[in-house]
Design a protein around this ligand. Structure first.
Ligand code: GAL
Length: 341
């Protein structure tokens, strides 16, 4: 090959590599490329599905489902496709682009087939918040039996964001079932557990106790009989926003946003925040978390999972900027985009 040609190929390959890992160096843009495989700093695909991010002391910690690498089909469950539950993984980053694998911080229990954390069970949608009073990191996670009939929420606590977390057990919050879920910590230190209940028909929002490990018994029923899943909550300009998906298993559907003056207040549906091509299918993805960058009410990242139901651990991450237009949240597809400095 001609010398100039080979130089061209080397440069092109290097650029491709930089883009494909969403790489950045100081001074270069922090580029996010939704939908391609994202690699951690060891070069392994990031395995943190249905996840959420906690920003703590200048570091982002991304917690997600660590999915086993062989997907199988069960015809005895309505959702069909499953992968072994590999516990909850954690990745850390200071720029939201370069992610270091911190390990599986809530490991599966491979010994006890009766354990909530056995790989045959469901361990989904983990979220972690920090408790300023107890100085503990508290994880809430959807725990279920393989047929999704148990419908519990599980709680684990850790002394460090990178674990290991101690599992406290699982239960039905306020007596109701709990499947897709998230937690939200407000500026006043109160925290809430938001979960699909009543066979996913109705979304419950429950106030947590002071140490965030239990419910207080104060809760509201929302979007009654509207089948909302995959809740993601954020606060902007003093108002609360809740993005959720419809209820079609691993298959995509239309997202919906609602707004409220308080977490336990009345939620008003304001429509699909996604616009443009494939907005009705949420760009073939499903909501999982909304992240205010740097813990501030400024730049906002909307996080989605693009499930690959026949190869679940190869499900991809779709992160897009969320902006406000005429007072409403708007999300638009981008092939790639740069985080602000
Ligand atoms: C979805 C849910 C996912 C997973 C999946 C199983 O509706 O959002 O977290 O539980 O169903 O089919």
């Amino acid at each position: 090959m001609h010398k100039r040609n080979s130089l061209f190929y080397i440069v092109a390959l290097a650029c491709l590599f930089m883009i494909s890992v969403g790489a950045c160096r100081n001074g270069t843009p922090k580029t996010i490329v939704p939908g391609i495989v994202w690699y951690d700093t060891d070069g392994n695909p990031i395995n943190a599905h249905g996840g959420g991010i906690m920003y703590h002391d200048g570091v982002y910690y991304w917690y997600g489902e660590y999915k086993g690498d062989s997907t199988y089909y069960r015809d005895d469950i309505c959702v069909g496709w499953r992968a072994e539950a590999g516990g909850v993984s954690c990745y850390s980053s200071t720029d939201l682009v370069s992610w270091k694998f911190e390990g599986v911080v809530l490991p599966p229990d491979t010994q006890d087939a009766q354990s909530d954390l056995h790989p045959s069970q469901i361990i989904e949608r983990p979220k972690v918040i920090y408790n300023d009073k107890t100085k503990k990191f508290v994880m809430w996670v959807h725990i279920d039996s393989p047929n999704y009939e148990k419908a519990h929420t599980g709680v684990a606590v850790g002394d460090s964001p990178t674990g290991r977390f101690t599992y406290l057990g699982s239960f039905k919050p306020n007596g109701g079932d709990s499947r897709d879920q998230t937690v939200f910590k407000d500026d006043d230190g109160r925290a809430y557990h938001i979960h699909s209940s009543e066979w996913n028909k109705t979304l419950y929002i429950g106030l947590l106790n002071d140490d965030y490990t239990q419910h207080t018994g104060i809760y509201t029923r929302n979007f009654i009989e509207q089948y909302r899943e995959a809740p993601a909550v954020f606060k902007h300009d003093g108002k609360y926003y809740l993005i959720s998906s419809g209820c079609t298993g691993w298959d995509p559907n239309t997202a919906q946003c609602a707004v409220a003056d308080s977490m336990l207040g009345e939620w008003k549906v304001i429509g699909n925040p996604c616009i443009g091509k494939d907005a009705e299918k949420t760009y073939y993805a499903q909501s999982t978390f909304v992240l205010p960058v740097g813990g501030k009410d400024g730049q906002i990242v909307a996080m989605f999972d693009r499930w690959n139901k026949t190869d679940l651990d190869d499900s991809r991450y779709v992160w897009l900027p969320l902006t406000f237009v005429d007072g409403k949240p708007v999300i638009e597809w981008k092939d790639q985009w740069n985080l602000e400095e």
